[in-house]
Write a protein that binds this ligand. Structure first.
Ligand code: HEC
Ligand code: HEC
Length: 340
C-alpha cells in the first residue's frame, strides 16, 4: 500500500515534469500573434470622418495658448509618437515631471498615463489641452478657437452629425485618431507568422530568455508587450506613481508597464527618463533593480545573465521595431474663408 502511494506520487511528479518541459517555444510564440482588428469604444465607433477630424485636432497648434504646441509636439510621429527627451517640455518651455509615453497601440491601453489615472482615451484627451504646463488653453477658449476656424464646422458635422463642436466631440475624435496609431509589422511579427529566417539566431535566443530566465514576459506580455498593470521595478524616484493617484502607500512607485514595440528607437526610457540606453535598462533588471524597498515587485530579482545573454536580449528587443517609415501630415483648415 505504502509502495503504491509512493509509486502514484512519483508518476504524478513525472507527468507534471513532462508536461512542463513540453511547453515549448512554439507554444509560447502563439501568445504573441498580432490582433486582426483594433478595439473600439462602443460609444464612439471608428469612422473615417471621426479619425480624419481627430488627426487634424492632434496636429492643431491653434488650440494651445502659444499657438505653437499640439499633441504632436510631444507625441511626435517622427520620434515614434514621443519626444526623445527624459521628461516632457510644455508651455513656456516648462519641464514636466514625467516622460512622454508613446501613443503607439494606445487603443489597447486598459488605463492611460504612467499612473493609470485616465481610463479611456476619450477621458484623457482634453487634459493636456487645458493643463497650464502643457498646451495651457482653457477648454472654453478651445471651443471658441475651433468655432472661429471656418473649416471645422463641416468636419465636425461629418464626424458627429448633429453633435456640434463640443468638448465631447473633440475628445472623441482625438481618441479615435489615436486608436489608429498601431505599430507596423516588425521582423518579430514575420517570425511569429512562420518565417524562420526573419530574425537572427541571437534574437531567437533572446526571445527564449525573455520568456524564461530573464522573466520579462511576466509583465511585458502578449503582442503589445504589456500586461496593462502597474509595478515597482526599483528605479530611483520620488514619484509615487500609482500610489500617489490611489492614495495607498503600498502602491508607491508603481508605474504602468509600457509597450516594448519600437523600443530600440525610443530612448531614453522609464517614467522619468532615468535609463539612457537598452544596455542600461538590462543592467537594471540584471541587478534586480537600482533600489530595494517594500514596494519592489517580487518579480524583480537579480537575474545572473552573462554577457552573451545580455547581448541576446538586446538583439531580441531590436527586432520589435517596425519597418513603416512615413506618415503623411494632415492639412489643417485655414484661419479665414478663402472661398465661398
Ligand atoms: C507638453 C508635452 C505633451 C503634450 C503637448 C501632450 N502630451 Fe500626452 N503625455 C505627455 C506626458 C508627459 C504624458 C505622461 C503623463 C503622466 O503619466 O502623468 C502623456 C500621456 C499621454 C497619454 C497616455 C499614454 C499612455 O500609454 O499612458 C496619451 C494617450 C496622451 N498623452 C495623449 C495626448 C493628446 C491627445 C494630446 C493633445 C491633446 C497630448 N497628449 C499632449 C506629454 C504631452
Ligand atoms: C515586474 C514587472 C516587470 C518585469 C519583470 C520587467 N519589466 Fe520592464 N518595465 C516594467 C515597468 C512597470 C516599466 C516602467 C517602469 C517605470 O517607468 O517606472 C518597465 C519598463 C521597461 C522598459 C522601458 C520602456 C519605455 O518605453 O520606457 C524596457 C526597455 C523594459 N522594461 C524591458 C524589460 C526587459 C528586457 C525585462 C526582462 C529583463 C523586463 N522589462 C522585465 C515592468 C516589468
Amino acid at each position: 500500500m505504502k509502495h503504491n502511494t509512493l509509486f502514484c506520487f512519483a508518476s504524478i511528479v513525472l507527468i507534471i515534469g513532462i508536461q512542463a518541459s513540453e511547453i515549448s517555444l512554439e507554444d509560447i510564440k502563439q501568445e504573441y500573434v498580432r490582433p486582426s482588428s483594433i478595439p473600439e469604444n462602443p460609444d464612439n465607433p471608428l469612422t473615417d470622418a471621426s479619425i480624419e477630424l481627430g488627426r487634424k485636432l492632434f496636429f492643431e497648434p491653434r488650440i494651445s495658448a502659444s499657438g505653437l504646441m499640439s499633441c504632436a509636439s510631444c507625441h511626435n510621429p517622427s520620434l515614434n509618437w514621443e519626444d526623445g527627451l527624459p521628461t516632457g517640455v510644455g508651455h513656456g518651455h516648462q519641464k514636466l515631471s514625467r516622460s512622454t509615453p508613446t501613443i503607439l497601440n494606445a487603443a489597447w491601453n486598459k488605463a492611460n498615463f504612467w499612473d493609470g489615472r485616465a481610463e479611456t482615451l476619450e477621458e484623457q484627451a482634453l487634459g493636456p489641452i487645458a493643463a497650464p504646463k502643457e498646451m495651457n488653453m482653457p477648454l472654453a477658449d478651445m471651443l471658441e478657437v475651433l468655432n472661429t476656424i471656418p473649416g471645422y464646422k463641416k468636419l465636425f458635422e461629418e464626424a458627429y452629425p448633429g453633435e456640434g463642436i463640443s468638448e465631447e466631440t473633440v475628445a472623441k475624435a482625438i481618441a479615435n485618431f489615436e486608436r489608429t496609431i498601431v505599430s507596423g509589422e516588425a521582423p518579430f511579427d514575420r517570425w511569429i507568422a512562420g518565417s524562420e529566417d526573419a530574425i537572427s539566431e541571437e534574437a531567437k535566443r533572446g526571445f527564449a530568455l525573455f520568456n524564461t530566465k530573464a522573466n520579462c514576459s511576466k509583465c511585458h506580455s502578449g503582442w503589445n508587450f504589456s500586461d496593462s498593470s502597474f509595478h515597482d521595478i526599483g528605479l530611483k524616484t520620488n514619484d509615487k506613481g500609482r500610489g500617489g493617484f490611489l492614495g495607498f502607500d503600498s502602491m508607491n512607485h508603481l508605474f504602468k508597464t509600457p509597450t516594448l514595440r519600437n523600443v530600440a528607437e525610443r530612448a531614453p526610457y522609464m517614467h522619468n527618463g532615468s535609463e539612457a540606453t537598452l544596455e542600461d535598462t538590462i543592467d537594471l533588471y540584471n541587478k534586480g533593480g537600482r533600489v530595494k524597498r517594500d514596494t519592489l515587485s517580487k518579480d524583480i530579482v537579480p537575474l545572473n545573465l552573462d554577457e552573451q545573454e545580455v547581448e541576446d536580449l538586446i538583439a531580441f528587443l531590436k527586432i520589435l521595431s517596425s519597418d513603416d517609415s512615413e506618415m503623411p501630415l494632415p492639412r489643417l483648415p485655414s484661419n479665414f474663408l478663402t472661398q465661398k
